[in-house]
Design a protein around this ligand. Structure first.
Ligand code: SF4
Length: 404
């Protein structure tokens, strides 16, 4: 553990104790107001210090600390920055499958491995089919709907891009957070997506700068950073994370988290994917990462990126329910749920609602994350809140119908 963060946490705990929020205070608790004050105080302190001051060595020290201590510290940071009982349910739909010209070694959608994988390329899905999927996701409790297209970029795809803008408008009109992952993006395209109502754009860095060329050769690390910059300049939330199990070392996981901490603003969302080794891809023989490695990655990210939503993404269902619960304890606060996750399986809504319930957790509403809200247009947010309030009864009825 680095000296600075330890001091920070000690100071913070002192502040919390002096407010009667922790341990054996003789003063009566006034929970809601105090908890909020404590959370925002802690949030300010944690967000201000580590985001600016982390060195790679410090991140490595955090990652290498004894695992139970690491998880305890991450859980403490988590509670100071996020409602600890909430996990966001997200649904990811593939709107254009396969035929991608990139060579990401883990991906079944690259045209280079199509014959070995046996995946047929498909055309861009039509708007109504996508909106029907989004409605289903919302009715089942998902509050973020993500759409992925297997492309290097959007150049020369004017009509396809216009169709995607309609999809974004339609999903946003359902008062869901809406995210897309469409490859590299120009500043103008990022602006158009923002105007259509996009909440966030996903573009993963995948791994450390040094290990990256062993996984992808057709797109440079800096090109990825340029897309993230275009997304930021458009006022969108950034969703950017990585994959564990690519054959990287611990230091590469640290390198990825360190890169995120060096961005001008940390990403609002940091997905952690555990590689699902797909037959026919160059990484088909890779071993699944151990739960300890995965927990170290999540907990370190939680400490270094205290305000980000950490999404336990692909590969989640390869871990037992208890292991997933440990990931929530370590700071993960979003999962992907539904029928599929791009080309890999996920568990369904009913199963995930039941699992969260068994651990005293519940779904997070749309636009509840403070950092995501801050990027949103105020009038659009107010319209969303008004619609939510007006349709509360119908929404509950729909939910009850789905659950029945
Ligand atoms: S990960 Fe994305 S960019 Fe890479 S091959 Fe797959 S679809 Fe293409």
């Amino acid at each position: 553990m680095s000296a600075a963060p330890r001091t920070l946490l000690t100071t913070l705990c002192g502040a919390v104790r002096s407010r009667g929020g922790l341990a054996h205070s003789p003063r009566p608790r006034t929970a809601p107001a105090n908890a909020l004050q404590i959370r925002s105080l802690a949030s300010a302190v944690e967000a201000a210090a580590p985001g600016k001051g982390w060195t790679r060595e410090e991140v490595q020290q955090v990652y290498d600390s004894p695992l139970m201590e690491l998880i305890f510290r991450a859980a403490s940071v988590h509670r100071l920055n996020h409602p600890p009982d909430q996990v966001q349910l997200c649904t990811l739909l593939n709107i254009k499958t396969g035929g991608c010209s990139e060579d990401c070694k883990y991906c079944a959608q690259s045209s280079r491995y199509a014959d070995q994988v046996g995946l047929k390329a498909e055309k861009l899905t039509d708007v109504e089919t996508v909106l029907a999927e989004a409605r289903k996701a919302k009715a089942n409790g998902s509050t973020r709907f993500c759409m992925g297209a297997a492309w290097r970029d959007m150049n020369g795809r004017k009509r396809g891009f216009e169709r995607i803008l309609k999809m974004v408008e339609g999903v946003r009109a359902m008062d869901m957070e809406v995210c897309t992952t469409l490859g590299m993006l120009s500043p103008e395209q990022a602006q158009q997506l923002k105007q259509a109502g996009l909440t966030a754009y996903n573009h993963n860095l995948d791994t450390s700068r040094e290990f990256y060329p062993s996984v992808i050769t057709t797109r440079k690390y800096d090109e990825r950073l340029e897309t993230i910059e275009a997304v930021r300049a458009a006022g969108l939330s950034v969703c950017s994370g990585g994959i564990v199990g690519l054959g990287e070392k611990d230091g590469d996981r640290v390198g990825l988290i360190y890169e995120m901490s060096q961005l001008p603003e940390p990403p609002e969302s940091f997905p952690v994917n555990a590689l699902v080794a797909i037959k026919g891809t160059p990484l088909e023989g890779n071993q699944q990462v151990t739960i300890q490695e995965l927990l170290r990655t999540i907990a370190t990210a939680r400490i270094v990126l205290p305000t980000s939503i950490i999404r336990f993404a692909a590969g989640r269902i390869e871990y037992s329910e208890t292991e997933q619960a440990m990931a929530f304890m370590a700071g993960a606060n979003a999962i992907f749920t539904g029928e599929r996750m791009l080309t890999t399986p996920t568990s369904g809504w009913d199963e995930d609602h039941a699992m969260l319930g068994r651990w005293g957790l519940k779904g997070m509403g749309s636009f509840e994350s403070t950092t995501v809200r801050m990027k949103e247009n105020q009038s659009a947010l107010e319209a969303t809140e008004a619609r939510k309030a007006g349709s509360g009864d119908q929404a509950s009825a729909a939910q009850a119908e789905v659950s029945a």
